[in-house]
Design a protein around this ligand. Structure first.
Ligand code: KIV
Length: 276
């Protein structure tokens, strides 16, 4: 695979931690290809997540579980080609870090070397996951962890359900967040949890905590590109839609179809050496 060119990222984990300390919010968005990355680099968004949500929003799977290392590497490298100097975090797909720490280290390295990511993200905060985080960090690869409604656990959760609602789950997630920081992660994403828990986790950690469906008090927010732009049929409650790209695309494509049928397209300005 051709190496995707990257330049020095404008932001580093140290800068992100300093932003948290100053109270500046971090803005993250997902991207999955060259075109979406080019949109993001034209904005002031701080960092890009190449999420395994690509399985759902790009590849049309019902969940994230079928996404492969090959998918992640090829999409991440495309994002890097469109965003040479953005800090890019790549998701480690389901079962790419679950077997043992050797498998996890090798796959994390592939995302950095072949996918040209700056860091990797993985889900969960139990003991075996902490061991994996320590092992990857030990290979000099920055790790972002992900807690709460972790999509790779939907079968255990019985669906996309808000996590951390009971006092026991609240305490467990808070102590896992602290252990993740202790294990060396530079960032934590928290998803689908009550606002109070998002607030407590963010206040307890010195590493930045990025929320998605975790309320107003996290150190930053992340949204899925397609959700934000109005390309998802029924977005979750936590999504704010800022555009109507699906509807605009449908009407543009329909206008094209009509113009072909009526002969309005191609017009003289689209034709090489038109016949007078
Ligand atoms: O895969 C993804 O896009 C994610 C975000 C929703 C945090 O993990």
């Amino acid at each position: 695979m051709a190496t995707a060119k990257r330049t020095e990222p404008a932001l580093r984990p140290q800068t992100m931690a300093a932003m948290k300390a100053k109270g500046s919010k971090l803005v993250m968005i997902t991207a999955y290809d060259y075109a979406s990355a080019r949109c993001v680099v034209a904005t002031s968004v701080d960092l890009i997540l190449v999420g395994d949500s690509l399985g759902m929003v790009v590849l049309g799977y019902p969940d994230t579980l079928k996404v492969t290392m090959g998918d992640m590497i090829s999409h991440c490298a495309a994002v890097r080609r469109g965003a040479p100097d953005k800090y890019i975090i790549a998701d480690m797909p389901y079962m790419s870090y679950h077997l043992d720490t050797c498998q996890a280290k090798a796959n994390a390295a592939r995302l950095i070397v072949d996918g040209a990511a700056d860091a990797v993200k993985l889900e969960g905060g139990g003991d075996s996951r902490l061991e994996v985080i320590r092992a990857i960090v030990d290979c000099e690869i920055p790790v972002c962890a992900h807690l709460g409604l972790t999509p790779q656990s939907i079968h255990r959760f019985g669906g996309y359900k808000v996590q951390g609602k009971t006092p026991g789950d609240h305490t467990r997630l808070l102590s896992q967040a602290l252990a993740i920081q202790e294990a060396g992660a530079f960032m934590l994403v928290v998803e689908g949890i009550p606002e109070q828990l998002g607030k407590e986790i963010s206040a307890s950690l010195h590493i930045p905590v990025i929320g998605i469906g975790a309320g107003r008090f996290t150190d930053g927010q992340v949204l899925v590109f397609h959700d934000l732009l109005g390309m998802t049929p029924q977005p979750a409650k936590f999504v704010q839609t800022y555009a109507t790209i699906h509807d605009q695309s449908v009407s543009a494509i329909e206008r094209y179809a009509t113009e072909v049928r009526t002969g309005a397209f191609p017009s003289v300005r689209n034709i090489y050496y038109p016949i007078n």
